[in-house]
Design a protein around this ligand. Structure first.
Ligand code: GDP
Ligand code: MG
Length: 368
């Protein structure tokens, strides 16, 4: 029989925890083939959740209660996992919210995915058959939907579809390998960072449709603004795409201002754009080296000089593209068209060209 530790993080869940635990026990009785240990990780809930759980530990042998100080959801799960490794040596972990928003009846479907080869299974609100509560306010809906979209685009990982869901089943090896060092992330950021690490390490992820229902008892503890802020900081720090985009916007602004200045001094628009694009590209090189590709930063004077020369040589392409497009364009549409022509050249020609060069040549891992 496989040993499963099911972690229930609780903070003020006294009206939910008992019925939920009884329901979970029933699901496992039906499943039969797993040895279940329930671990409630409670942060000294002021409503007396621990008292309810203590009563249950007297009734059932497979329930343990951890009481600790309030440190947030991510910390509670990590604490529970460490405790489980120490006392129960589980092969599998389940994370489930203790507020009935995660239906325990879905667990057989989770195990099914595991049997089909998954290492990590998520209860997903954003795949066919899954949903979020219809009665949620528009704000809450936007936080949830936009949060997931930002994660997927920002990290450049289009699957899975639900990154913030806390309903999860995974092999204990997954946590052993990629779960540590995540204590610093709170709430949803912990869920996202853990999943990203698992995906990057090559674990197979599967999703089960989850109809996420509204709470009946108690209140949500996640502060939406904190959630958005922390998640955005994490994504920004881990998204090459977003960093590249931000540096690009700064470079573009710089280039536009410089071109405008040169044109007021009667410089021919084609030349003005070419000169300022050279400056902007150089600024981008520095910005991307220090920030976007900082994990792969080029350092050391001679190496940097060599790469910079290499970079200037390849960037000539971008300068020439803009020179040609603007010079030919103003011939037909007049000097005032320089901005639209330059923007067109940058978006459709220079950005794809530069992104390719940056990734393939300049910051390429295998290059010295
Ligand atoms: N131990 C512990 N559990 C928490 C903490 N914050 C939330 N939880 C639990 O984590 C689960 C999900 O939290 P909830 O506030 O419902 O988040 P939401 O569903 O995203 O609104 C619930 O079981 C909460 O009781 C915390 O700081 N410590
Ligand atoms: Mg909840």
């Amino acid at each position: 029989m496989k040993r499963v530790v099911l972690i229930l993080p609780t903070y003020n869940e006294k009206d939910n925890i008992e019925t939920l635990i009884i329901s979970i026990q029933k699901v496992f009785q039906k499943l039969g083939q797993y040895q279940l240990q329930i671990l409630v990780v409670d942060d000294f809930s002021p409503d007396g959740t621990a008292k309810v759980v203590e009563r249950l530990t007297a009734k059932f042998q497979n329930i343990a209660l951890i009481s600790k100080k309030k440190e947030g959801l991510g910390a509670a799960i990590i604490y529970g996992v460490n405790y489980a490794f120490k006392y129960f040596s589980p092969e599998l972990f389940i994370q489930i919210d203790a507020d009935w928003q995660h239906n325990p009846e879905l667990l057989p479907a989770f195990f099914n995915c595991l049997e089909k080869g998954a290492d990590f299974v998520i209860g997903s609100r954003y795949i066919k058959g899954g949903s979020i509560p219809i009665n949620w306010g528009i704000n809450r809906k936007i936080y949830s939907i936009a949060g997931n979209a930002i994660v997927r685009i920002g990290l450049g990982m289009m699957t899975p579809f639900d990154w913030t869901s806390g309903y999860r089943l995974y092999k204990s090896d997954v946590f052993r390998k990629v779960g540590y060092g995540l204590e610093k992330y709170s709430g949803y950021t912990f869920q996202v960072a853990f999943l990203r690490n698992a995906k990057t390490a090559g674990y197979k992820i599967a999703e089960v449709p989850l109809q996420f229902v509204d709470r009946i008892h108690g209140r949500s503890k996640i502060a939406p603004l904190d959630y958005i802020k922390n998640l955005l900081i994490y994504i920004l720090n881990n998204s090459i795409f977003l960093k590249y985009l931000i540096i690009g916007i700064i470079g573009f602004t710089l280039q536009t201002l410089l071109t405008k200045l040169l044109i007021t001094f009667k410089v021919f628009p084609g030349i003005a754009v070419a000169v300022s694009s050279f400056f902007a590209i150089s600024a981008n090189f520095i910005g991307n080296n220090l920030w976007t590709f900082s994990h792969n930063k080029i350092s050391g004077a001679s190496k940097l000089l060599k790469k910079f020369t290499h970079f200037i040589a390849t960037s000539i392409g971008a300068v020439v593209i803009q020179f040609i497009v603007v010079s030919v364009g103003v011939y037909f549409w007049g000097d005032n068209a320089w901005f639209l022509l330059m923007t067109f050249a940058i978006i459709f020609l220079v950005i794809p060209y530069n992104y390719f060069i940056y990734n393939r040549l300049i910051w390429k891992k295998t290059l010295d």
